[in-house]
Design a protein around this ligand. Structure first.
Ligand code: ADP
Length: 488
C-alpha cells in the first residue's frame, strides 16, 4: 500500500463528530478589577480594556488597565505583607498555603482549562492535559521545598529577596504564573504579577483561588495591563527582583534599565530550537516528536523545535512522512476535544507569522501548508513546513512563534552541531538517535540550556529550564529555580 492508501484505510469513511467542551464552564464575569492586597479593586484611572477570544475575535471580558498609581499600591501591599510575616513565617507554614493553592487548582481544573482555551486559543486537550495539571504540579513541587531551604545547597538559612515583580507572556498564561509564583512564595518573597495583555483571565481566576486558599493579603498582587504596566513595575524602586518571560527585545530593554539600579533579574526570552535527526533515529517516535516540537501550542513556544536538521540520507523520507502527518492535524475550534492545533493568539502575532513566511518564500524556500480548512472568524494559520531552507533565510534565523517548521539537512555530526549552534539564541534542542554515545557527543557541544534526547517539549517541575545567550539567563524549575528568589 502507498501512503495515501494507508491513510484511507485508516481514516477513510470515519469523520470526527464535534466534541466541544462547554464555554459556560469558564463562568466569566463581564468585568474584572485589579487584585491588590487580597481584594479586587478598580484601577485608579478607571481604565479598562477588552480581552478577545482569538478563535472568534469576539470580546470575552473587560479587564482593568493598571497604571503607575496601581503599581505603587500593589508594591506597597507586597512590601507590607513581606515585612508583616510572610518572609519570617516558618517554611512549613508557607508550604501549607502552596499545597492548598495546588489542590484548589486541581479542583477547579476544568474551569481553568476552559478559561485558558477561550482566552489563549490553544486546544482544550492541551490546557486540560498539560497547562493546568503542570501548574498544580509546580505549586506542589515548591511547597515541598518551602521547609527545606536550609538544605537546598545555598548555605544555612538563605533569605528571600523581598518584593518580586513578575512579568509573563501570553503563550502559557497560567503555567507561567505558576512557574513564577510557586518558587518565589516558597522562598518567602511576596509578588506583583503582570499577565500579558491578550491573556489576563486565568491569572484573575488564580487570584480568586488565592482568596479561597486564604493566602494573607498582599502576598500576591495581580495587575492586568499592557507593556506600559510592565514598564512601570520595572521602574518601581520598591521592587527587589524582576523575573521576566517574553521577547528578547523587551528583555534587553529591562536589562538595560535594571543594570543601572542593581535590581536582581532573571530573563527567559526567545529561541530558535533545533531538532537534530540522525539516520538511525526511531522514525515513528521521531516524526511524532518533531510534529509535537513545532505544532504543540500552535508553535507559540519559546523552546519550539522550529528548525529541523535532518541527516541527508533520510531527508526525503522524513519530509514525506512529515507532510503526511501535517495533513492529519486537526485545526479548528479550540474547545473541541479532537482539535490538535488551535487559533493564533492575536491579530498582531498572525501578521508577524504571515510576514515571516512571505519572506521565506521570497528568499527561495518552498512552502508546504496543510490543506485544512480554516475558520472564517478569528486568527488562524495552517500548519506549514518549509523545505529548501538556507541558514541565511529569515525563517531559519528569526523566531516565528507560530506553526511553521523550517527543514535543513546535514551530513556529519560536526555539521549538525555547527548548524544547530548557528543562532543567537540558546534555549532548547532535541537529538534523535538510537546511539547513546552519539547523542551525548552532540549534546555536549550544543549551546542551549535544555537538550532533549529522543523526545521534545518535556516539562517537569523538578527539572530546571532556561537559556543562554539571547535566550536569557536564570533557571526556572527544580532546586535551581529557588536560587532566582534567594539572596545567595
Ligand atoms: P511578546 O512579543 O511575546 O508579546 P513581550 O515581550 O512583548 O512578548 O511581552 C511579554 C510581557 O512583557 C507581556 O506581559 C507584556 O505586557 C510585557 N511588556 C511589554 N513591554 C514591556 C516593557 N517595556 N517593560 C516591561 N514589560 C513589558
Amino acid at each position: 500500500m502507498n501512503d495515501q492508501q494507508l491513510d484511507q484505510s485508516r481514516l477513510g469513511g470515519f469523520a470526527y463528530d464535534p466534541a466541544p467542551e462547554s464555554a459556560s464552564l469558564a463562568r466569566l464575569a463581564d468585568q474584572y478589577g485589579l487584585f491588590i492586597d487580597g481584594a479586587f479593586t478598580d484601577p485608579a484611572a478607571h481604565q479598562q480594556f477588552a480581552t478577545l477570544n482569538p478563535a472568534t475575535a469576539q470580546p470575552l471580558a473587560s479587564v482593568a488597565h493598571a497604571g503607575p498609581a496601581d503599581v505603587e499600591r500593589a508594591v506597597v501591599a507586597a512590601r507590607r505583607a513581606f515585612d508583616g510575616g510572610w518572609s519570617t513565617m516558618p517554611g512549613s507554614e508557607r508550604a501549607k498555603y502552596l499545597y492548598r493553592i495546588a489542590r484548589i487548582i486541581q479542583e477547579r481544573a476544568r474551569e481553568l482549562a476552559v478559561v485558558e482555551t477561550l482566552d489563549n486559543g490553544k486546544p482544550i486537550r492541551e490546557t486540560r492535559d498539560i497547562d493546568v495539571p503542570l501548574a498544580a504540579a509546580y505549586f506542589f513541587y515548591y511547597a515541598g521545598w518551602a521547609d527545606k531551604l536550609d538544605y537546598a545547597g545555598f548555605g544555612p538559612a538563605p533569605q528571600p529577596l523581598g518584593v518580586a515583580g513578575q512579568i509573563i507572556p501570553w503563550n502559557f498564561p497560567l503555567l507561567m504564573a505558576a512557574w513564577k509564583l510557586a518558587p518565589a512564595l516558597a522562598a518567602g518573597n511576596t509578588c506583583v504579577l503582570k499577565p500579558a495583555e491578550t491573556t489576563p483571565l486565568s491569572a484573575l481566576v488564580l487570584a480568586d483561588i488565592l482568596v479561597q486558599a486564604e493566602l494573607p493579603p498582599g502576598v500576591v498582587n495581580i495587575l492586568t495591563g499592557d507593556g506600559a504596566t510592565g514598564a512601570a513595575l520595572v521602574e518601581h524602586p520598591g521592587v527587589d527582583k524582576i523575573a521576566f518571560t517574553g521577547s528578547t527585545e523587551v528583555g534587553r530593554l529591562i536589562q538595560q534599565r535594571l543594570g543601572e539600579r542593581g535590581t536582581h533579574l532573571t530573563l527567559e526570552l526567545g529561541g530558535k530550537g533545533a531538532n537534530i535527526v540522525f539516520e538511525d533515529a526511531p522514525i515513528d517516535e521521531m516524526i511524532e516528536g518533531v510534529i509535537d516540537g513545532i505544532f504543540f501550542n500552535q508553535g507559540h513556544v519559546c523552546c519550539a523545535g522550529s528548525r529541523l536538521l535532518v541527516q541527508e540520507s533520510i531527508a526525503d523520507e522524513v519530509v514525506r512522512r512529515l507532510l503526511r502527518r501535517v495533513e492529519q492535524l486537526r485545526v479548528g475550534d479550540p474547545l473541541d476535544k479532537n482539535t490538535d492545533v488551535g487559533a493564533i493568539n492575536s491579530a498582531a502575532q498572525l501578521a508577524r507569522i504571515e510576514e515571516l513566511t512571505r519572506a521565506g518564500e521570497a528568499e527561495g524556500a518552498t512552502r508546504h501548508a496543510s490543506s485544512c480548512a480554516l475558520p472564517a472568524e478569528g486568527y488562524w494559520f495552517a500548519p506549514t513546513v518549509f523545505t529548501d531552507v538556507a541558514q541565511s533565510h529569515r525563517i531559519a534565523r528569526e523566531e516565528i512563534f507560530g506553526p511553521v517548521l523550517s527543514v535543513l539537512s546535514f551530513r556529519t555530526p560536526e555539521e549538525a552541531v555547527a548548524k544547530a549552534n548557528n543562532t543567537n539564541y540558546g534555549l532548547a534542542c532535541g537529538v534523535w538517535s538510537e546511539k547513546g554515545s552519539r547523542t551525548l557527543w552532540v549534546a555536549q557541544r550544543l549551546r542551549a540550556g535544555v537538550i532533549w534526547a529522543n523526545t521534545y517539549n518535556r516539562f517537569d517541575p523538578t527539572s530546571p529550564f532556561g537559556g543562554v545567550r539571547e535566550s536569557g539567563f536564570g533557571r526556572e524549575g527544580g532546586r535551581h529555580g529557588l536560587e532566582a528568589y534567594l539572596d545567595v
